[in-house]
Design a protein around this ligand. Structure first.
Ligand code: SF4
Length: 514
């Protein structure tokens, strides 16, 4: 039986949503077996809407649940390793790591044992159920596919110093919505889990667990001050955080300065490189990054991918925080076959697919707070763009139904923020358009109150101008936009003759029934 409703969903903590009950299955590190996939696909068919959504923490969500999932079924799922081994801590946020942990040719350290270690620790310590459900932890192994820029309370990022691997400790401090900041603390790998346990313990010692709303880690850190918090952490440890002999004389690389945000690093490395075919660190084996349109997977597609993983790979799939997934451990001679079977399932593995970096929150159908029908609009935009242009690199376009930004907390190239206005006694959906980077949450506001009918042609012009005006193929849309003042960008996006798009708008609108 579902254990009542909660603000943050888990397998044992159902949450009501606009489209029914929502159940979220924690998948630590996003690594899921074929059998587990099939079991969740069955749940989605029997109880939910016949599909699952991959979230931005590499969880799986079953939506539109109308009938209660009984205790026996939940126990069966738990026995299969789904959800937490201890249901009282099941609502704590999923543990994040790179989806290529252990297979990334450039990673410094395989982070999977750290994910498993922290998950086991949580399950063995029911007192941690008093943590904020949003208490979030990330391990970044320093490979090609980085996750350190995702919003987490605590991030451990591997670095190489004098030939040895350490983790730098990043904490969420300062303004809400920012990636964690570098504390300057360097930890040998074996110190990470004790430090994490001490960080959680200090939180518990200071949070007021009687109140329904638990303090966020960031709020507590801001109140106590980072130095004070870390002093209390250190008092709980048998080793020193800041002054151990091994750390004294280390020379830090220029990218790793105290206080620097992890996002700076990731922007230099590039995102969405996991889509498509890539060699693994294991010779002769490859992984294939599969595009899931807006993170959604029909149950039949999920079973199909589970079969492919079992038949050609190691039987595991990796869910990504970019709401896509990887099939791993595929020998080279089977790669082409797997690709055509992916296509047969109605999915794609091309990085130039506009949907590879398209993100949308649940929108009006799934969330009462949404001003716009984000998911339908995002898919309609993708369909429009696919017939008109080919992108040679992913452009991250994020639709958000309100300022909360559930689908993507990190900055995107283009953010479309839904707003509704009253016009002639009608509520009309509009979008504010943001680009690139700035101190503002979504980037710089370029246009206000754009109707959905205007949006596809506008985005087409923006992408077209980006393609011809960018410095080189490595320059992302966001970096390109950052080079110009807003007025210059508006001029640039207006220089395309109206005929470039106007003659194509009517058939698009007709298709949408507008
Ligand atoms: S971003 Fe806002 S509208 Fe979208 S799912 Fe979250 S709360 Fe709902």
């Amino acid at each position: 039986m579902l254990s009542g409703f909660a603000i943050c969903p888990g397998l044992f903590y159902a949450t009501p949503a606009a489209d029914g009950i929502l159940s979220r299955v924690r998948i630590p590190g996003g690594i899921i077996s074929s059998q587990q996939c099939r079991a969740i696909a069955d749940i989605a068919d029997q109880y939910g809407g016949g599909y699952v959504d991959v979230t931005n923490r590499a969880n799986l969500q079953v939506r539109e649940i109308r009938t209660e999932i009984n205790a026996e079924v939940l126990k069966h799922l738990q026995d299969m390793g789904l959800g937490s081994g201890n249901s009282v801590v099941d609502q704590i946020r999923n543990i994040m790591t790179s989806p290529t942990a252990g297979i990334d040719p450039q990673e410094l350290i395989d982070t999977r044992p750290f994910v498993q270690g922290w998950d086991d620790y949580i399950a063995a310590h029911p007192a941690l159920s008093e943590l904020s459900a949003k208490f979030s932890v990330c391990f970044d192994g320093g490979g090609i596919i980085r996750v350190g820029d995702r919003l987490n309370d605590i991030a451990f990022a591997a670095v190489l110093v004098d030939g040895n691997v350490y983790f730098r400790l990043y904490l969420s401090v300062g303004e809400k919505g920012q990636p964690p900041s570098d504390t300057g603390i360097l930890l040998p790998p074996e110190e990470c889990l004790p430090v994490l346990a001490a960080l959680a313990d200090v939180y518990l010692a200071h949070s007021h667990t009687t109140s329904r709303r638990r303090l966020r880690f960031l709020e507590l850190l801001n109140t106590l001050g980072c130095e004070n918090y870390l002093q209390e952490v250190e008092q709980r440890l048998p080793f020193s955080l800041l002054c151990s002999e091994i750390k004294k004389d280390l020379t830090l690389q220029p990218l790793q300065k105290k206080g620097e945000k992890f996002s700076t690093l990731v922007q230099r490395e590039g995102k969405y490189q996991h889509i498509g075919i890539h060699p693994q660190r294991q010779q002769g084996l490859f992984y294939i990054g599969v595009v899931l349109p807006l993170g959604r997977l029909e149950s039949r597609q999920m079973r199909g991918l589970a079969d492919l993983a079992a038949k050609y790979g190691s039987g595991n799939l990796r869910l990504t925080p970019w709401q896509n997934l990887l099939l791993t451990d595929i020998p080279w001679q089977w790669v082409a076959d797997v690709q055509s079977e992916i296509a047969f399932l109605g999915l794609d593995s091309s990085a130039t697919n506009i949907k590879s970096a398209l993100v949308a929150c649940s929108g009006r159908k799934g969330c009462a707070a949404s001003a716009t029908d984000t998911k339908s609009h995002a898919l309609a935009l993708a369909e429009y763009l696919e017939t008109r242009m080919i992108l040679d690199c992913p452009v991250n376009i994020h639709f958000s139904g309100c300022e909360k930004s559930c689908a993507q907390h990190s900055k995107s190239d283009i953010t479309l923020l839904g707003v509704s206005i009253e016009a002639e006694n009608e509520t009309v959906e509009r979008y504010h358009v943001y680009v690139g980077d700035s101190k503002q949450k979504f980037g710089r506001e370029l246009y206000q109150y754009v109707t959905f009918a205007e949006l596809p042609a506008l985005i087409e012009r923006m992408l077209y101008v980006y393609k011809i005006q960018r410095l080189n193929s490595d320059e992302s849309f966001g970096e390109f936009a950052n080079r110009y003042a807003l007025t210059q960008l508006q001029q640039l996006f207006n220089i395309i003759p109206k005929s470039f798009v106007n003659n194509k708008i009517p058939d698009f609108l007709e298709k949408l029934g507008i």
